[in-house]
Design a binder for this molecule. Structure first.
Ligand code: AMP
Ligand code: ZN
Length: 466
């Protein structure tokens, strides 16, 4: 069976192929760069990565665009509070975000585009909407008249027929019950940074940015639009209203939403003090790929309950996979090929692919791989796994790792591997014996710089990483 994806628009799992048969034109709402991304944000971006990788696994090319929201209410407020230019403030967090993406092994979309560099496209889109009568001005700001767009609510499946025409909302974010005319262009307030536009000095609203950038790079109709589940309403509903009113065409064929991550069964919030960033977890000694594994192990449409224990469990699952691979590469095996083992490999690959084709069921896909590991580890112990079975098992692992990407350990920059540490310690011991104390101290300092602490005991030298 071919790839099927759940479409929020139809509330159905539907067969998926790009409109042109080859290249998937996909847009993902990117980060708002006013702070470090938390692991909830990273869940959604890891979902984007899983989707990208699976589409490529299935032979499609990608034209994937992600925006960086570098102008928005919170950004304006925070940068003004700190008295730093908005650009200086946002670039720092954008850079941190890109570093986190790379630590998490998230593939970069083909284009990453900043809102502040597309103001002209946003202004043009607002002008086009104005010409068609979808906007009105009030107190110097421009609003979208949602009563002119009868299918408003079709993505979030809300019935907005009874809404009060003309009620407005100026914030970029608002609640479900708050379906009101939303702001497209905000009149400049006080000393806020601003841009010039035919409708006066001001700044664009958040929703217009994604419509303008998605259509600029991907055309009027996208194949897939993604984001976290909280974005379906109002953000994506508003994107549809803006884009479809302007073009008269469907804005996106598929809408995919990633469920939220919770921590210890609770919503992440500042007051509960349970917001984790990748950097905090790494400082606690966890590898980024352990977080990647946790985030991928739960299918994207299910709520994910994050705990520190789940990170530890993920690390040991990763170790099992790595040890198995090492065993495949190094065990001495008898010649020949066992057909029964080959059959297990074929079944595992088939189950893995079917699970991923089924709306990216990563939990089932992992189960297929671990079942194969269990079975073949026993066969290796029994000598029934033969030399000729090696390549097929390694092939299965490499197919798995095209998507999960956890088999290669993260190397810390400048880190020394264990054998080099042992060799330096041996050299230091020899130097001390021959009374070359300067050289011995030099080695101790070199190790210290690399985070290795030495302890001289009566049984010899013990060492650990700081
Ligand atoms: P933001 O930087 O706030 O614009 O959010 C970036 C992405 O993270 C958006 O797609 C959000 O929907 C998503 N997101 C926010 N909180 C969570 C969460 N707890 N779990 C999963 N995704 C989230
Ligand atoms: Zn967006």
């Amino acid at each position: 069976m071919a790839l099927r994806l759940y479409n929020t628009l139809s509330l159905q799992v539907e067969p998926f192929a790009p409109a042109d048969g080859k290249t998937v034109r996909m847009y993902s709402c990117g980060p708002t760069v006013y702070n470090y991304a938390h692991i909830g944000n990273l869940r959604t971006f890891t979902f984007n990565d899983t989707l990208r990788r699976w589409l490529r696994y299935r032979g499609f090319a990608l034209q994937h665009v992600m925006n960086i929201t570098d102008v928005e209410d919170k950004i304006i407020r925070k940068s003004m509070e700190l008295g730093v230019p908005m650009e200086e403030y946002t670039r720092k967090y954008e850079q941190y975000f890109l570093e986190d993406m790379s630590s998490m092994r998230l593939e970069k979309p083909e284009q990453i585009v900043r809102a502040t560099e597309h103001i002209r496209e946003m202004v043009d889109l607002i002008s086009a909407l104005s010409e068609k009568g979808f906007t009105y001005e009030s107190d110097g700001s421009v609003y979208y008249r949602i009563s002119k767009f009868p299918s408003y609510g079709k993505l979030s499946h809300n019935d907005f027929s009874g809404i009060q025409a003309g009620a407005r909302v100026d914030n970029d974010e608002y609640d479900k019950d708050d379906a009101r005319d939303f702001v497209l262009w905000k009149q400049r307030k006080g000393a806020e940074p601003c841009c010039e536009a035919p409708f006066g000095a001001g700044l664009p609203g958040w929703h217009i940015e994604c419509s303008a950038m998605a259509m600029k790079y991907l055309g009027d109709t996208l194949d897939i639009h993604t984001g976290g589940v909280d974005l379906a309403f109002p953000h994506h509903e508003n994107e549809i209203a803006q884009s479809e009113a302007a073009t008269g065409k469907p804005f996106s064929r598929f809408w995919l939403h990633c469920e939220h991550l919770h921590v210890d069964m609770q919503k992440m919030s500042k007051s509960l003090g349970n917001i984790f960033t990748l950097r905090e977890l790494v400082e606690m000694g966890h590898a980024p790929e352990a977080l990647r594994f946790v985030l991928m192990s739960v299918p994207y449409r299910k709520k994910l309950n994050f705990t520190l224990d789940s990170l530890k469990a993920a690390q040991s699952s990763i170790e099992r996979l790595r040890n198995y691979k090492l065993r495949l590469e190094t065990d001495r095996l008898s010649a020949g090929t066992n057909a029964a083992v080959s059959a297990l490999g074929k079944t595992a690959l088939q189950k893995f692919e079917e699970a991923m084709d089924d709306d990216l069921n990563t939990a089932e896909a992992l189960a297929a791989i671990f079942e194969y590991l269990r079975e073949t580890n026993t066969l290796l112990d029994q000598g029934a796994f033969l030399d000729g079975n090696r390549p097929e098992a390694l092939h299965l692992l490499s197919q798995f790792d095209k998507v999960f990407d956890v088999l290669t350990p993260t190397t810390v920059e400048g880190a020394l591997d264990d054998s080099l540490v042992e060799a330096l310690i041996a050299e230091r011991t020899a130097a001390k014996k021959s009374k070359q104390f300067a050289r011995a101290d030099e080695i101790r300092n070199q190790l210290l710089d690399a985070g290795i602490v030495l302890e001289d005991t009566k049984d010899g030298v013990r060492w650990k990483r700081k």
